[in-house]
Design a protein around this ligand. Structure first.
Ligand SMILES: [Zn+2]
Length: 146
């Protein structure tokens, strides 16, 4: 999570929201990492989680399955990213701050543990949540010019 927080802290440098993600292999080695690059790439899907999952799939496994892997992200995943972690078959999602406005790992929806889906990653919430929330608060405060 410390590594993900470091990535998150860099994102405002190119105008993106400070969110960072790391994908760990079954042996806990870092497979891939990314920060939010939505503004940088002009891509609505360039969330840190999606970029990290894509990069991890390129170096691990049979092409796209991330069986045994863990997605670590500083903010609770949105519906797209929660969906992507289910589709990637990660074993575990670990996140920092809750996102009551858009979170899809328990706050607003619970896409990752929906019993109707055939794969449900384990979820660990609240890891270094305050550090993640502080990064986000400072970013939005600066953007509002306060
Ligand atoms: Zn997302």
């Amino acid at each position: 999570m410390l590594r993900a927080l470091g990535l998150a802290a860099a994102a405002p440098g190119w105008g993106d929201t400070p969110i960072g993600a790391v994908v760990l292999g079954p042996d806990d080695a870092v497979l891939a990492e990314a920060a939010n690059e939505r503004e940088k790439r002009g891509d609505p899907t360039a969330h840190a989680e999606v970029l990290a999952l894509r990069a991890a799939a390129a170096v691990f496994g049979d092409g796209w399955r991330l069986t045994g892997c863990t997605l670590v992200v500083t903010l609770e995943p949105c519906t797209m990213c929660a969906g992507a972690s289910v589709l990637a078959r990660v074993d575990q999602v670990v996140y920092g701050a809750d996102d009551p406005k858009a979170g899809a790992a328990g706050s607003l929806w619970d896409v990752v543990r929906d019993r109707r889906l055939n794969h449900r990653p384990r979820v660990t919430a609240g890891v270094r949540a305050e550090e993640s929330a502080t990064l986000l608060r400072s970013f939005f405060r600066a953007r509002r010019g306060l």
